[in-house]
Design a binder for this molecule. Structure first.
Ligand code: SF4
Length: 547
């Protein structure tokens, strides 16, 4: 067990050299799994930045204490976690399609909070309502849903850090008119060949009205020379590279498409009235009493005709290895969802139990989760280690964007506004703290300080229910630049010193995969390994390693 580290000692040394961009620079023996060399992760394209702190301000800070004072935006986004960028929902054959879509988007709110939209079809034309904000805010008045008539609808929740001026134009679903009618699309994922596709389309005369990669899909469908629409969609999708779970709506048909690797989830369900539903997660099916039918398979195109409710499926070519995003199980998806055929709560429990077997904390008194995402992993750790599970931190769910920044000097305010220690549980105890992941390390360091200084815990042993994050995601998850990821720059002991815990351990990659049994190899884990199933293209990254 490592010696206790004071908060001051926990700070990143101001004399540290320019952070290495390469995980192979970390001591290989200190990492829980061998890394394939990833010689240079310098990004050519400005990857979308978190609101927590800009890369420039991070680089300028000589210690965590020097990081900028938290703004109201920081408080809202204090979690220092990768951000899911979208959730999609679709329904056909329901007289209250828009209302069901509203409920479905509400259930998927965790996948994107910056904007939402619904497009409905009355069998002849499409009707759209999109806006910025939470689903419940946008559609707080029933009058907003009234114009969305018809028995079919698609919806979208958006997360993005794009500027406010452009944000509204980028809120989906997008609706376009082409020579055979209207078409709406909602997209979860990210296209790694977006820039080259857009360049080609613009070279041929296409004019874009958004900065979203989703718009190229509409252009590719509109400019295709094949018929019918299903063939156009297939031709368009076969030129896409990267992650896409799509729902598309015309006056009389609903399409659901998943990329050949199946990076992002998409499930199909059926309501008791026979309506067919598609959603990013099964939690959206549960809310509207829809029965889970199956996943939309990777590379599958499902078409539902709204006239006779017939269902047909086609396949995209070529077939590729299944690579569902493992981070859906680590953090993004709700624990009551089933993602890629596996219950999320069970995965997290198994991650925690495996972590307890791999990296126990001898002498610890209690196990506590970092709420809410560490809950099930902490349960697994506690039961596997025989230690009592306690709720030592309480999370406030009422801190939002409207918080007014105070003027007193308080570096840890963002965390203290969200998390409160329970003294009676923590005081004098040796505590195992379970979190799902560490991204920059800024929040982890503040949580350790909170538990030690305010909660008066004797020792804090951090256990992380996933491997160290060393690479950025290019498949629809908003992650910081590689050089901002603390585990890209430091080995495990370096991270422990930086966050100030008495000990630190991450779940091994082998145990992460083993939690899915024989399907362990069917997941993308590039943010832990730098092994990208689809290599990022220029404008995204250089020298990433193709798996
Ligand atoms: S790189 Fe990470 S976050 Fe992105 S799809 Fe792969 S596992 Fe998920």
């Amino acid at each position: 067990m490592a010696a206790a580290t004071s908060p001051a000692a926990a700070r990143r040394p101001s004399s540290s050299p320019v952070p290495s961009l390469c995980p192979s620079k970390a001591s290989p023996s200190s990492l829980p799994f061998p890394l394939r060399p990833c010689p240079n992760q310098l990004l050519l394209r400005s990857h979308r930045l978190h609101r927590v702190s800009s890369s420039a301000s991070f680089a300028a800070a000589s210690s965590f204490a020097d990081l900028p004072y938290p703004s109201s935006e920081d408080v809202f986004a204090f979690d220092d976690k990768p951000r899911e960028e979208c959730g999609v929902f679709a329904i056909v054959g329901d007289p209250e399609a828009a209302q069901m879509c509203y409920l479905g988007l509400h259930a998927l709110q965790h996948r994107g909070q910056e904007g939402a939209g619904i497009v409905s079809s009355d069998g002849a034309s499409l009707h759209s309502c999109t806006g910025l904000g939470l689903v419940s805010e946008l559609f707080s008045q029933a009058s907003k849903l009234e114009p969305l008539v018809g028995s079919a609808a698609i919806g979208h929740n958006r997360y993005s850090t794009a500027g406010a001026a452009s944000a509204l134009a980028n809120v989906q679903p997008f609706v376009a008119s082409y020579r055979f009618g209207q078409l709406a699309v909602a997209h979860n994922g990210n296209l790694v060949n977006y820039h080259s596709l857009r360049y080609e389309l613009e070279s041929r005369g296409s004019i874009f009205s958004t900065t979203s990669d989703t718009e190229v899909i509409l252009h590719l469908i509109a400019t295709s020379t094949t018929r019918p629409l299903l063939a156009r969609i297939i031709e368009a999708c076969e030129s896409l590279e990267g992650a896409y779970s799509l729902v598309l709506l015309t006056a009389d048909k609903l399409f659901a498409v998943r990329d050949p690797h199946g990076f992002r989830p998409l499930v199909m369900g059926r309501r008791p009235n026979g309506a067919i539903v598609f959603a990013s997660e099964t939690c959206a099916l549960d809310l509207i009493s829809a029965e889970y039918v199956r996943e939309v398979n990777p590379g599958e195109v499902v078409v539902v005709d709204s006239h006779d409710m017939s269902i047909n499926t086609s396949c995209l070519l070529p077939k590729k290895p299944r690579k569902g995003c493992v981070f859906e199980h680590v953090y993004f998806a709700l624990p009551n969802s089933v993602v890629f055929g596996h219950p999320v709560h069970a995965s997290r429990y198994n991650f925690g139990a495996a972590l307890a077997r791999e990296s126990p904390a001898p002498g610890a008194d209690i196990v506590i989760p970092v709420p809410d995402s560490g809950f099930f992993a902490a349960l697994g750790f506690a039961e596997a280690s025989g230690l009592p599970f306690r709720q030592g931190l309480i999370r406030s769910h009422y801190v939002g964007r409207s918080f007014i920044e105070p003027n007193q000097e308080e570096r840890n305010l963002a965390v203290k506004l969200k998390l409160a220690p329970i003294y009676g549980i923590l005081e004098g105890k040796s505590v195992v703290v379970i979190d799902d992941s560490i991204v920059r390390g800024t929040t982890s360091s503040k949580i350790v300080q909170l538990i030690k200084n305010t909660g008066k815990a004797r020792e804090v042993h951090m256990r992380i229910a996933s491997p160290p994050i060393i690479s950025s995601c290019y498949y629809g998850v908003d992650t910081p630049r590689a050089e901002e990821l603390i585990s890209n720059r430091l080995d495990v002991e370096g991270v422990r010193r930086a966050i100030g815990s008495d000990s630190l351990a991450f779940l091994s990659l082998e145990s992460l995969r083993a939690a899915f049994g024989k399907e362990g190899h069917m997941f993308c884990d590039a943010c832990f390994t730098c092994r990208y199933p689809v290599p990022p293209r220029k404008h995204d990254a250089v020298n990433a390693v193709e798996e």
